[in-house]
Design a protein around this ligand. Structure first.
Ligand code: ADP
Ligand code: MG
Length: 615
């Protein structure tokens, strides 16, 4: 008998593979938006016609592709994201299997326009049922624009299987919700038959949740924030009274990827036992961040089922965090969304010390940056350590604040939520502070031992000074003896150009020299400890990671990024005098307990815990 085994033609193999990855229009949306995210896009537009049957169009401002890559991207197992099997264990991108584009091109009519940022011309490719119809140069925007038309035109069975338009659209909206929640800083819009469904600017998690689920959810969100060596948990759980009878507001994300996890869902349900109205499901938006080597995302082609190496330990951490958050929620004041701004909203430290429900008192006439006599901060060459004489005035505020039971009257008016709720022991405690692991400062306080994160503390100090400088226009630029020139890649150069006015307001004197080259003539005095070029470079990096500059917030984002880029790094040994200056300056801040990005700066280990430890 003659041999009968043959290799399937690519087009057939791709169609079969497509069955696994692409079940419906929503799967195409998911794969293409994830590709845009992997390509570093900060703006993604999704345009749908007839629930995706006629058209699914995704436009991104990501990296774009070269001519060859554009062609290669439609090959099966063609990916830029992994090179060897080992890479699968360190995956940080959404895709890596190299199947999506090949699958989509096998079952639809696909037109792609893509251009790298430093090119003048892009590439146009038209491919239908796996065959290339055209590839030619095209003039188009940087990034990628993919149009998928007539989905399943050659797989009638699949096409028949599709549900009604509203049902398919609902699937698409669900996918967009998941991706939008997983990537709050990316601006995403969805249009259906020309009408906007979502237009989401880059934001923080809380604001993203509110823009997807409505303003009412805001006061029902209880923050979760736990960091262990195994996993970092963040996000929110809903108050029991907000629980609904139907599913829809339950989300887990792991390393910025949506996942389904019935086991962890049960962990949460157990925490809510007896406090929920009957037959309701609590809302939750929980983000797990952990080493990619500790999870396996490759157990299912759509990658929504994920296996955890340390599942039971994480289960316990999850339950402990949810229980702790629930235990606290009745004394957590609701923070008005409009005050939230674009950074994570800091919640006051209230688990320790004399906790009392903060009174919300706002003096509408108060302007924190308006000083009657001496300015609150000097803006000198002290890199945030030295307190200038003018600052001393302010120091007495925090000392009395933490020493006495009654906060100083001025402080009461200044803050709409109470600041730190603990009492500092006498002034000399500052002198007994020590640095630990070149990362933390340990300071005895009345109720136990306070741990301060030195970098975050310095970020807070610098940030408040920078804001002060911007608000008062007291720009103090320090001229460079030897102006430095530096060159950036095209996209960083564009980014820098766009924030130059803000940098100027902060005291930078940077000018464009042509050809993506810049010259630094002067820097804000406060930053003179590091090389200015290094600061600009790390500022750009930080800036890219920050929530997209929501209108009017650009300066704040620059200030946050600058504070982060120039804060004393971990690993830096501090002299005793620097330690005490740092503490002084921290408590002279408006918000000493949270970094500009909303991370905890300090925490107290209560005395009882020490006693328990030594039992
Ligand atoms: P995977 O995402 O698993 O690598 P895909 O088939 O989804 O596989 O994409 C193949 C390759 O095409 C990607 O690895 C990437 O290099 C490139 N690519 C796809 N979409 C985009 C995009 N929007 N922008 C830039 N490159 C892209
Ligand atoms: Mg992909």
């Amino acid at each position: 008998m003659s041999d009968i085994i043959q290799l399937l033609p690519d087009s057939v193999a791709n169609q079969i593979a497509a069955g696994e990855v692409i079940q419906r229009p929503a799967s195409v949306v998911k794969e293409l938006v994830e590709n845009a995210i992997d390509a570093g896009a900060t703006h993604i537009k999704v345009n749908i016609k007839d629930a995706g049957r006629t058209l699914i169009q995704i436009t991104d401002n990501g990296s774009g592709m070269s001519d060859t890559d554009a062609r290669m991207s439609f090959e099966r197992h063609a990916t830029s994201k992994i090179r060897s099997a080992n890479d699968i264990f360190a995956i940080r991108t959404m895709g890596f299997r190299g199947e999506a584009l090949a699958s989509i091109a096998a079952i639809a009519d696909v037109e792609m326009r893509t251009k790298e940022h430093d090119r003048d011309l892009g590439t146009f490719i038209h491919i239908s049922g796996s065959s290339i119809i055209t590839q030619e140069p095209v003039s188009c925007d940087s990034g990628t624009n993919l149009q998928v038309k007539n989905l399943f035109f050659n797989v009638p069975a699949r096409r028949k299987f599709l549900k009604s338009n509203p049902a398919e659209l609902k699937h698409i909206i669900n996918e967009i919700q998941r991706i939008a929640l997983a990537n709050p800083t990316i601006s995403i819009s969805l249009f259906h038959n020309q009408a906007p469904v979502y237009e989401l600017p880059g934001a923080n998690k809380r604001i993203r949740i509110v823009s997807l689920f409505g303003k009412n959810i805001n006061q029902n969100l209880i923050p979760i924030d736990t960091e262990t060596s195994l996993v970092k948990l963040s996000g929110f759980i809903g108050q029991p009274k907000h629980a609904r009878k139907t599913f829809g507001e339950q989300f887990f994300f792991v390393n910025q990827r949506f996942m389904k996890h019935p086991f962890f869902h049960r962990a949460i349900m157990q925490c809510y036992e007896k406090i929920l109205p009957p037959e309701t499901i609590p809302s939750y938006f929980i983000y797990f961040d952990l080493d990619p080597a500790d999870i396996d995302v490759n157990i299912h082609p759509t990658k929504t089922e994920i296996k955890f190496e340390n599942e039971s330990a994480i289960w316990q951490i999850l339950q402990a965090s949810v229980r702790e958050a629930l235990g606290k929620f009745n004394i957590v004041p609701s923070i008005d969304f409009d005050q939230a701004g674009s950074v994570d909203i800091p919640m006051p430290l209230r688990e320790y010390g004399d906790v009392h429900v903060p009174e919300i008192k706002v003096n509408p006439a108060y302007n924190p940056f308006e000083q009657s006599s001496s300015p609150k901060y000097s803006y000198g060459n002290d890199a945030g350590f030295k307190s200038a004489p003018a600052q001393r005035n302010n120091l007495t505020n925090w000392q009395s604040l933490y020493k006495g039971v009654e906060p100083a009257p001025m402080e009461q008016e200044e803050t709409s939520t109470e600041p730190v709720q603990f009492k500092m022991e006498e002034q000399q405690t500052v002198k007994t502070s020590v640095q630990f692991k070149n990362k933390y400062i340990l300071t005895p306080v009345k109720s136990g031992l306070m741990v301060i994160d030195q970098k975050r503390a310095h970020e807070r100090i610098l940030y408040e000074r920078l804001i002060q400088v911007m608000e008062t226009n007291e720009v103090a630029s320090q001229q460079q003896l030897f102006p430095e020139t530096f060159e950036l890649n095209a996209s960083d150069a564009t980014l820098l150009l766009s924030i130059l006015p803000d940098l100027k307001a902060l005291g930078f004197d940077v000018r464009e020299y042509g050809n993506n080259t810049f010259i630094i003539n002067g820097t804000p005095g406060v930053l003179n400890t590091l090389s200015p070029v290094e600061i600009i470079e790390s500022l750009l990096e930080e800036y890219k990671l920050s929530p997209a500059n929501v209108q009017g917030k650009a300066r704040e984002t620059v200030a946050i990024s600058l504070a982060q880029a120039s804060a004393i790094p971990y690993g830096h040994t501090l002299k005793p005098i620097e330690i005490s200056e740092l503490i002084d300056n921290l408590f002279a801040c408006q918000t000493p307990n949270f970094s500009p990005k909303g991370k905890k700066i300090l925490s107290i280990m209560p005395l009882e815990d020490f006693e328990k430890l030594l039992k």
